[in-house]
Design a protein around this ligand. Structure first.
Ligand code: NDP
Ligand code: BG6
Length: 513
């Protein structure tokens, strides 16, 4: 085929009938996320014949990159980071569909050139296409990109039909409530909410989607899913890695902004929300917003609802590692937290009186994300009478989001023998054992959903604001305190004493997942 645009890329092979002809534009195409996640995700969709026959990808960035070089870089990124070894034929077909437009993110002419380029692709295809604009730049340029999507007319292409432009925005969505509101206003000034897809990659994880299935496709959970049976809930998103080479970014963010405000709050919303009337995007997001809005403002004084800390030198993965303040790019007097824990109270009929504990941190003992539902203890009368020394263990249901994805249930069982003694025993469902381990990456699911116009696994504007409304006073209080009250924890430990004290005040203990 001499004309690459006319080449029938996967013509007739797309098995996903809902994916319309599309030009994807990646802003920030020379960046880390594009190489490690976006291009491999798009390759894997092509591998599975999930891309439309009329597919084209345009990279956009400040650095001029000839098309041939962009194709070489993209192929290398796929070879380096795809979850499956790429098939040459599929990768070659995809490469033919890549082009690059150079320009600055605040240069109107560059966006006009981009719009003309897309119009030319459309003309050569002889079909209308939807434009999916993926903003994968640092957040400082989100607003100018949005503005010029408006001024160039890209945001309003085919606005009245199914091929309307879609805009995907990477995280972080703002750095506090005011900036999130400003970003929402910038979006609203150029496009409608249904055109926008705010990314939280945790929502694309298989196990996070499974949470909805477990909750609402099984009859046994719902009757117990309330304050009558549940004592408290612990959400843990722990990382073994430190801040690495991302010191510059992390100093401006910290753990609350980087992990709690988005990923961990999303896990909470899915765990605590009411059953939606359908799995339609608006129905699910309405319920998430309602539960986020029901969370009470946090107590911020001493003995309040928060704990924060920085990691200090310690042992992890069998070697000594530096403390946060010694990491590259970190101010020696930094007041940025690498660990945060919150106690949240949801003031609604279902959850009143049930604490939700959230924690996340870098340099914890290992990488693990889980949601643990701890039920109330059963009455101990029978087995206490039989000579038990301790009260019966409470039942715990733990959703293991990653790694070793699955579901564990702790029950009390009888220890074999002539005495009647009980012991906690574990029932385990492991994804890998049942379904194998090569499941799609979060970005594959999210890119496909954006292509097909399904916003269920994306954050709506009011949802982002509800989460920031809760977190911003905490950030303000911590900023005012500076380093005063900043606890430390040894790298490789489960976090600071202040976080243990936070639970101890309600008679609880953190799990060690
Ligand atoms: P990069 O820092 O790699 O930047 C992406 C591209 O944006 C660069 O290649 C560069 O392209 C351009 N760029 C960089 N700095 C500036 C600047 N100051 N002004 C204008 N343009 C700039 O970002 P990532 O790829 O790591 O991340 C992209 C987005 O995805 C960010 O919003 C990030 O928060 C988010 N994200 C990233 C993750 C990751 O693992 N990398 C994980 C989760 C979210 P050029 O010079 O060619 O224009
Ligand atoms: C990103 C954070 O959003 O999520 C990183 O910016 C963090 O700091 C990462 O490491 C964790 O994602 P995952 O999918 O590896 O748990």
């Amino acid at each position: 085929m001499s004309d690459p645009v006319r080449h029938p890329f996967l013509q007739g092979l797309s098995k996903h009938r809902g994916t319309p002809p599309t030009v994807v534009v990646i802003f920030g195409a020379s960046g880390d996320l594009t190489a490690r996640k976006l291009l491999p995700a798009i390759y894997n969709l092509a591998h599975d014949n999930l891309l439309p026959a009329d597919f084209h990808l345009v990279g956009f960035g400040r650095t001029p990159v000839p098309n041939a070089e962009f194709r070489t870089l993209a192929a290398k990124a796929v070879r380096d980071f795809s979850r499956r070894a790429p098939l040459d034929a599929v990768l070659d077909r995809l490469s033919e569909r890549l082009t690059y437009v150079a320009g600055a993110y605040d240069e109107p002419d560059a966006f006009d050139r981009l719009a003309a380029h897309i119009a030319e692709i459309e003309k050569q295809l002889g079909n209308q296409v939807q434009t999916l604009c993926y903003i994968s730049t640092p957040p400082s340029v989100f607003a100018p990109v949005l503005h010029h999507l408006g001024s160039s007319g890209l945001a309003t292409r085919h606005l009245d039909g199914p091929l309307h432009t879609k805009v995907v925005i990477e995280k972080p969505f703002g750095h506090d409530l005011d900036s999130a509101r400003a970003l929402n206003a910038a979006i609203r000034s150029v496009c409608a909410e249904h055109q926008v897809y705010r990314i939280d990659h945790y929502l694309g994880k298989e196990t996070v989607q499974d949470l909805l299935v477990q909750r609402f496709a099984n009859a046994i959970f719902e009757p117990l899913w309330n304050r009558n049976y549940i004592d408290h809930v612990q959400l843990t998103v722990a990382e073994e890695l430190g801040v690495g080479s991302r010191g510059g970014y992390y100093e401006q963010a910290g753990c609350l902004r980087d992990m709690i405000q988005n990923h961990t709050m999303q896990l909470l919303a899915l765990t605590a929300m009411e059953p939606p009337v359908s799995l339609d995007a608006e129905a699910v997001r309405d319920e998430k917003v309602k539960v986020l809005q029901s969370i009470q403002p946090l107590h911020l004084g001493p003995d309040g609802d928060t704990a924060r800390a920085q990691y200090s030198t310690g042992m992890t993965g069998g070697k000594m590692v530096s403390g946060y303040l010694e990491e590259p790019g970190i101010a020696p007097d930094s007041a940025t937290e690498t660990y945060a824990a919150l106690r949240l109270s949801i003031n609604n009929w279902r959850w009143q009186g049930v604490p939700f504990y959230l924690r996340s941190g870098k340099r914890l003992p290992h990488r693990v994300s889980e949601i643990a539902i701890q039920f109330k203890r059963p009455p101990g009368t029978l087995f206490a009478a039989a000579g038990e020394r301790f009260p019966l263990a409470p039942n715990t249901l733990a959703f293991r989001i990653q790694p070793d994805e699955g579901l564990g249930l702790v029950l009390s069982g009888k220890v074999p023998g002539l005495e009647t003694r009980t012991q906690p025993v574990q029932m385990n469902f492991r994804y890998a054992a049942t379904f194998g381990s090569n499941t799609p990456e979060a970005y594959e699911r999210l890119v496909l959903d954006a292509l097909t116009g399904d916003g269920t696994l994306f954050i709506r504007g009011d949802e982002a604001e509800a989460s920031w409304r809760l977190c911003t006073p905490v950030l303000d209080a911590w900023r005012a305190q500076g380093r005063e009250g900043m606890d430390t924890y040894a790298a490789g430990s489960w976090g600071p004493a202040a976080a243990d004290a936070l639970l101890a005040r309600s008679g609880h203990l953190w799990r060690q997942p």
